[in-house]
Design a protein around this ligand. Structure first.
Ligand code: UN1
Length: 504
């Protein structure tokens, strides 16, 4: 553990600065966030946070960096991101270890998170030569039309504890090739990971002699509020709870800024009678128990067609009782702790509510008697329409519902406020296509014969309704980080007006 922290430049004996404004601010004066190892409940280290004056320094530096960076050709910007990807490859193991220590996610998943950073870096490098605009035919003689994409400015990134590094990269590495600078307000639960990432990338930026486009501004809710309200920040990308996103979105909208919101999910898997049970078991376990139920894509609801429900539920109970829970650094552990004591309390409260509303806890849902914030994953047999199952409880609770068939399953799946991820298991082509059709799943992600979580970076990631509507990562998500300009050029000797208007 110590060697990885040393390699990341983290000496945790005393608090480290959590503010980077063209360089590390030596003694930011906003206070201190203590980082806790959720596997032990013990202090891991501490990070000094930004005061209003420190925030101002960050913003001035970020605006200056953008001013210079937007002049750098996009493929050259891509080359910096290529070097960052390589630095992340070199530090993959150490950064993953820190993520495991700070968030409690098991090491293979933490390594997967760093891999997602590397993958988006590679994606962004290619993208830097593909920031395509279109050319259109003008209705006027001797005119042509085109659109081009320009850097947007300073992008604010608010990230959550469960993907404390990758969420930054999906935003920041795209923003970087788009010519923006980035101000990152990390989760209060994972500030050391943010410091480590900021160190890794800024070493690369500095060695390459580029402007310091990656700023860090650690702090609490107030810092998020400053970013949301700041007119110098044309885009705020926020990942976290729906309540947080609603507050940020409202503040940004008031100043007519843009927000990219990636909020709560309440993801469901539909299992039809003809599904391959082995695939279902593996997908449900990874989806519901992986990351201790703390992904926004976690499988929270299972709709099983009558005729398959009994057997599947029995197998799930057995599998749930065999999930190795323990130290997330140990090989063989599949489930680490929840992030903090409050998360455990919230889980217990949700289960009590579920019981009161008529659900039956089939297994799990207990506190584990050891240091840290460990629980057993809960499998709950639920009547259709169970009110608590409409809420996202950020914990490993899986509600299992029995349904008559596809139509009933889809109706219930969609009948929640959130709309992030969804999946169906079936061998019936027509059922799968109906699930994917306009009258099927209403989610941003809809999968066939694989689970709800663990998306690749190549697709646009995000969801509808209370999930916030934003899309980040792959496909054409980059457009959110640029401003679009439509241009008409007249290369003739006349000035014809559009729509055939004659004026004077
Ligand atoms: C999140 O939980 O905030 O699809 C993001 C997944 C990951 C991303 C999760 N690629 O599960």
């Amino acid at each position: 553990m110590q060697s990885s922290l040393v390699s990341l430049g983290l000496d945790l004996a005393s608090p480290v600065s959590g503010v980077y404004a063209a360089d590390w601010v030596a003694a930011p004066s906003g206070g201190e966030i203590v980082s806790i190892d959720p596997s032990t409940g013990q202090r891991l280290g501490a990070v000094l946070t930004a005061s209003a004056a420190d925030y101002e320094r960050v913003m001035v530096a970020a605006a200056e960096a953008h001013e210079a960076w937007r002049r750098v050709p996009a493929p050259v910007r891509g080359d910096l991101v290529r070097l960052i990807g390589n630095a992340l490859r070199a530090k993959k193991k150490d950064l993953a270890t820190l993520i495991t220590l700070e968030t409690g996610k098991i090491l293979p998943e933490a390594e997967g998170e760093v891999q997602e950073m590397i993958d988006i870096a590679d994606f962004a490098v290619g993208l830097s030569r593909q920031l395509y605009g279109r050319a259109m035919h003008s209705e006027r003689v001797a005119h042509r039309m085109l659109e081009q994409w320009h850097p947007l400015g300073v992008v604010g990134v608010l990230s959550a504890f469960n993907f404390p590094a990758a969420v930054w990269s999906w935003n920041a590495l795209l923003a970087a090739v788009c010519g923006d600078s980035v101000v990152w307000k990390p989760s209060e639960e994972a500030p050391l990971t943010a410091v480590a990432v900021t160190r890794i990338v800024n070493e690369v930026v500095r060695a390459a002699g580029h402007p310091p486009i990656f700023a860090l501004v650690a702090g609490g809710r107030d810092v998020g509020g400053w970013l949301a309200a700041d007119r110098r920040v044309p885009l705020v990308s926020a990942t976290g709870s729906t309540a947080m996103g609603r507050a940020v979105g409202e503040t940004v909208a008031r100043r007519l800024g843009r927000s990219l919101l990636e909020l709560g999910g309440n993801n469901a898997i539909i299992v039809l009678r003809d599904a391959d049970p082995e695939l279902v078991m593996r997908a449900v376990l990874f989806g519901a128990v992986g990351t201790a139920g703390q992904r926004c894509t976690t499988t929270r609801r299972l709709f099983v067609e009558r005729g398959m429900a009994k057997e599947l539920t029995q197998r799930l109970v057995q599998a749930y009782e065999r999930v190795p829970i323990g130290n997330p650094l140990d090989a063989g552990t599949l489930m680490g702790p929840l992030i903090h004591a409050r998360a455990v309390d919230t889980m217990m409260a949700a289960l009590a509510t579920a019981r009161a509303q008529g659900a039956e806890i089939l297994t799990g849902g207990t506190r584990v008697d050891r240091a840290g914030y460990f629980v057993t994953p809960a499998l709950v047999r639920a009547p259709l329409g169970l009110p608590i199952a409409r809420e996202e409880t950020f914990a490993p609770i899986l509600y299992v519902f029995e349904v008559e068939g596809l139509a009933e399953a889809v109706a219930h799946q969609n009948d929640v406020p959130q709309g992030l991820s969804s999946a169906i298991f079936t061998r019936d082509l027509r059922a799968a296509e109906r699930f994917l059709s306009a009258t099927g799943s209403d989610c941003g992600i809809a999968n066939v014969n694989l689970g709800t979580s663990g998306a690749e970076i190549g697709g646009a990631f995000g969801g509808e309704k209370d999930t916030g509507g934003g899309r980040e990562s792959g496909s054409d998500s980059w457009k959110a980080y640029m401003r679009r300009q439509t241009t008409t050029i007249n290369f003739g000797d006349e000035l014809p007006l559009a729509q055939g208007i004659r004026f004077g």
